[in-house]
Design a protein around this ligand. Sequence first.
Ligand SMILES: Cc1cc2nc3c(=O)[nH]c(=O)nc-3n(C[C@H](O)[C@H](O)[C@H](O)COP(=O)(O)OP(=O)(O)OC[C@H]3O[C@@H](n4cnc5c(N)ncnc54)[C@H](O)[C@@H]3O)c2cc1C
Length: 432
Amino acid sequence: MWRNWGGTYSVTPQRVVAPRDALEVSALIVEARERGTTVKPVGSGHSFSAVAVAPGVQVDMSAMRGLVAVDAAAGQVALRAGTTLHQIPELLALHGLAMPNLGDVDAQTISGATATGTHGTGLGFGGLSTQIVGLKLVTGTGELLTVGPEQSRLLAATALGLGALGVVTEITLQCVPAFSLRAQERPERVDEVIESFLHNVESHDHYEFFWFPHTGHALTKSNTRVPVETPRSGPGSLRRYIDDELISNQLFRGTCALGARFPAVVPKLNSLAGNVLSPRTYTDSSTKVFVSSRAVRFREMEYAVPLDRVPAALGEIRRLIEKQRYRISFPIEVRAAAADDLMLSTAAGRTSGYIAVHRYHGDAQDSYFDEVEQIMVAHGGRPHWGKMHTRDRAYLRSVYPRFDEFLAVRRELDPDGVFENPYLASVLGRGD
Ligand SMILES: Cc1cc2nc3c(=O)[nH]c(=O)nc-3n(C[C@H](O)[C@H](O)[C@H](O)COP(=O)(O)OP(=O)(O)OC[C@H]3O[C@@H](n4cnc5c(N)ncnc54)[C@H](O)[C@@H]3O)c2cc1C
């Protein structure tokens, strides 16, 4: 049985296959189509939504990893689609290159991360899919298709395709020269942080903050891009192990478990956590600063809203938590990204702010996510495709100007719905 990281969905596929190349992928799609079975590629199972649930043939991408080619002059790198984000920095470093931006963790595959619109923070940067300049995929009829920048319509669909358009076998990324980041983390008052958010995202390369519900504490993180040869500085590896592993993971796991058993103590625990935060500044390679370890299991919902809506939406979420007396042990994470022109990107056509809410996996189910979702919807929010949400095709069509164009590409590339699963049927419709 397959289960996703967050434990929100599981399935026992009819068959699991781990193809080694595009021809094997094509053969299994042709066979499945003949038998009337569905096919679903999966990456690392890090989506909280049911996007990767594969009731028919599950295509495990783990035998398709590694570097295919490097164009050093153009700074472009072709990778096999199952390569994990964790493997990529080492492959790129050999060529003095790096990915321009990353999210919080690196366990995902490059195909899974880009299929759902995974993003980091920084108004000068789009999500990971915007780094794609070309890809290869096998369509629902078993055809091998190469998509490059000259096929702009196909690229705008397949670079963020939800796994609905084909099995991607290779991805070419536009990289940048390797760089380091100077990170500044600071505890601050949340009122001021929210008030200055729009200014701070404008004035830093990569800015985000975490608000500890029930408290006035927020932790801000501002990362500044500096040359790769800038000497590493800041806390040594022992101090970082204590901060990032022992406090951020092990101790946090304990307080979350306590909060799940005794919800009344959550505000006190959050306040204690907020009070022990201390400022720190350090410089390291871009990946080491972007990526953190997330060992405590949680469920997550994240919405993108027009950037200027972030302060109002956050104010409403704060009032909701107070009014309904929800007890939330996980910080709320707030980020931003540049507008792009990918058909199903949460930042399509608009500069976006991202608000992510979490629950510890052991917390009792309640209506917190549903009520936060209503707030985000009122602000024209677009749900992250890989995180919890309840939006259907009618709603999604109303917030994505290029939604019908995506459906048209889907009809061309997957005419018989070979890649459909219940999630895709709900968000895109059945074979339409
Ligand atoms: C701890 C944690 C931290 C996270 N941090 C962030 C973050 O900072 N920013 C953010 O935006 N998101 C974040 N996410 C969400 C995560 O990045 C996405 O859900 C991502 O899709 C997971 O990638 P995966 O490899 O696990 O893909 P899966 O979840 O396995 O699959 C996701 C989708 O990709 C499709 N897919 C996979 N391989 C292929 C292929 N070869 N061809 C076509 N389609 C394919 C699948 O069919 C499915 O539709 C986080 C998730 C977790 C659990």
